[in-house]
Design a protein around this ligand. Structure first.
Ligand SMILES: Cc1cc2nc3c(=O)[nH]c(=O)nc-3n(C[C@H](O)[C@H](O)[C@H](O)COP(=O)(O)OP(=O)(O)OC[C@H]3O[C@@H](n4cnc5c(N)ncnc54)[C@H](O)[C@@H]3O)c2cc1C
Length: 575
């Protein structure tokens, strides 16, 4: 607990009593709030950052490039003071107010880790790239089949109805492609591949029987349904300025969707500027009774109580809160009987990329700013082990007219520059990877014993790195995908290893993994801590392995599933 000046408001126990507490209001916390409130639970949502109200608090949403002092770029002094967050592609003059600055919330990098965070109501749901691919049975069966991590306690069939539940409400665009390891969902109309992407799609189909090119599925309202209109959201305008907050509600964020929906039930109390310090464990009752909260500004400490607690602070902060929740019963952190809390953190490998050119289709172009790309679902080690590395990668690519890229946003003068921005050049193709990494005991986070943050909470130490498997997997991506582009007639194929720091993928997962056995996992199949069953962890921290798909859709589905189970258990008097 912070300092001696603690002023715990014990007398106010009665007015601080709720049915449920949700820690964090981002993608997963928003879903917990929505589901619990819809079922009539009086729910307190605690958010460490400031409030961000949909539409009202998007100050840059309709600004033009010339309205920004630095035309969207950040001054060198800002990037120099913020080396970590500056490495995130989405951090810029139009979005900086939604990102955590390096010095405000320090952590200890035992191994380099770019921890990208958004501390506000809505969390990173305002900033995400909205790519939403389902997991398949092959991801849930992966650890057991290939002998890493521990067996998932759930299978695809357990979560499939919850994917549907989430997709219908959030609004996901896509095609029903019939790919076994990227199951179809409840889709709004898909975005379209352009002519060069369709050409590459066709050539890959002709040359490979195990690979398929599809348009990425993403959380954009291409054609809103009634449920989206009820949320006050409208059709995506393909502005591709999403990270500023969307004035149309065209993409899914907690702010535009789940949080106002929960608010409408009258059952939610949303409390921003409330830093959760720890979860309180009641030794007599053998369960958690509430949380300790520090006011972000006054630093006053208050306790809030509830029958169930959902921890949705985003993967690493969820680990931090649990590690910091010590008691006589749990001296190493809440639920941490086996000492594995904070262990088996994994992420997505984005190191490899390929650029190329394509001659031809000079009469072809595209309109609007499509918010997704062409995807090649994983084709490595899906049905059986094929290579000397474990697991696989999802590849994504797009083709653009290069003149467009060269001209826009660049300073210039004179005829050449004018030609650049008015005449489309040849086609350029860019390809990237999203590879699965293997959760390992040594990849972990823990609390610093001497370094504290401004709220007197121990800083997190990150100790997460790559291994040989990651390098082999990346090399395979570079070889296989270069070959595919070559077969499609691309030229000037260039391969790159960015060697980017783990964390910059912003898909960190694990530390509080699900499993069947309390000796080797922290959570059961309903995301309850094995040893403290009224605490549910449903953000990325719960992930036993990380798959190759973008993860947030799975966090949402897992959260909705767990919240509905919690309601059932409360009704039965089991919690
Ligand atoms: C630029 C970018 C692009 C991305 N693209 C994609 C994508 O295309 N597809 C995809 O699936 N994912 C993507 N992601 C990742 C995605 O944003 C996260 O997976 C998702 O937001 C995680 O949801 P969450 O609820 O766990 O965390 P968040 O959305 O981060 O919410 C966590 C909330 O908890 C709050 N909090 C933290 N600690 C405390 C505390 N102690 N007390 C109270 N509150 C606390 C935070 O302030 C925050 O509001 C992207 C992320 C970024 C930044």
């Amino acid at each position: 607990m912070p300092g001696d000046s603690i002023n715990i408001n014990n007398k106010a126990t009665a007015q601080h009593m709720y049915d449920a507490i949700v820690i964090g209001s981002g993608i997963s916390g928003g879903w917990a709030a929505k589901e619990l409130c819809e079922h009539g639970l009086k729910t307190l949502v605690l958010e460490r950052g400031r409030n961000v109200v949909h539409l009202k608090d998007y100050p840059t949403a309709i600004k033009n490039p010339w309205d920004f002092q630095h035309r969207g770029q950040l001054p060198a002094a800002v990037t120099k003071n913020n080396p970590v967050v500056s490495r995130c592609y989405a951090y810029g003059e139009s979005t900086e107010h939604f990102f955590v600055k390096d010095n405000d919330h320090p952590y200890v990098q035992e191994k380099p880790f770019d921890w990208i965070r958004g501390y506000q109501v809505g969390g990173k749901s305002l900033l995400w790239a909205r790519q939403t691919q389902r997991w398949s049975q092959y991801e849930f069966e992966g650890p057991a089949r290939d002998g890493f991590a521990v067996d998932w306690p759930i299978r695809y069939e357990d979560i499939a109805p919850w994917y549907s539940h989430v997709e219908k409400f959030a609004g996901i665009s896509g095609n029903k492609d019939g790919v076994p390891n990227l199951p179809d969902g409840e889709f709004l109309p898909a975005w379209e591949l352009n002519c060069v992407e369709k050409h590459i799609q066709q050539k890959i189909k002709e040359n490979y029987n195990d690979r398929q090119v599809i348009i990425g599925r993403c959380a954009h309202l291409t054609k809103p349904n009634e449920i989206h209109l009820q949320q006050g959201r409208g059709q995506c305008q393909a502005r591709n300025l999403c990270e500023r907050g969307c004035p149309f509600g065209g993409y899914f964020s907690s702010n535009s969707s789940t949080i106002p929906w929960a608010q409408k039930t009258g059952n939610m109390t949303l409390q921003p500027d409330s830093v959760v310090h720890s979860i309180i464990y009641d030794e007599k009752k053998g369960k958690a009774s509430g949380v300790r909260v520090i006011d972000a500004h006054t630093k006053k400490v208050t306790e809030y109580y509830a029958r169930i607690i959902f921890v949705n602070a985003a993967c690493l902060n969820t680990n931090l809160v649990l590690l910091n929740s010590t008691s006589n019963r749990f001296p190493q952190g809440l639920g941490n009987d086996n000492g594995l809390l904070g262990r088996f953190v994994a992420f997505h490998n984005y190191r490899g990329s390929i650029s190329a050119t394509y001659d031809g289709f000079t009469d072809g172009y595209y309109y609007g700013r499509r918010p997704t790309e062409a995807f090649i679902p994983s084709f490595r080690n899906v049905f059986k082990q094929q290579t000397d590395f474990l697991r696989g990668y999802l590849s994504y690519f797009s083709a653009v007219r290069s003149g467009w890229q060269q001209g826009i946003g660049e300073d210039g003068i004179g005829g050449d520059w004018k030609n650049n921005i008015t005449e489309a050049g040849g086609w350029a193709v860019y390809m990237g990877m999203q590879g699965e990494t293997i959760p390992k005991h040594e990849n972990h986070v823990r609390l610093s014993k001497d370094m504290k943050d401004a709220w007197d909470i121990p800083q997190l130490i990150t100790s997460v790195g790559y291994d040989d498997n990651d390098v082999k997997l990346m090399k395979d991506f570079l070889t296989q995908c270069s070959e595919m582009l070559e077969k499609a007639g691309c030229k000037n194929i260039n391969q790159q290893d960015s060697n980017q720091t783990p964390g910059l993928d912003i898909h960190e997962m694990g530390g509080v993994r699900m499993g069947k056995d309390p000796k080797t996992s922290l959570l059961n199949k309903w995301n309850q801590l094995h040893a403290c069953q009224n605490v549910f962890v449903t953000d990325g921290a719960c992930m036993t392995s990380v798959g190759n798909q973008n993860p947030s859709l799975t966090f949402m589905a897992i959260t909705a599933r767990a919240a509905n189970h919690a309601v059932d258990e409360l009704k039965k008097g089991n919690l």
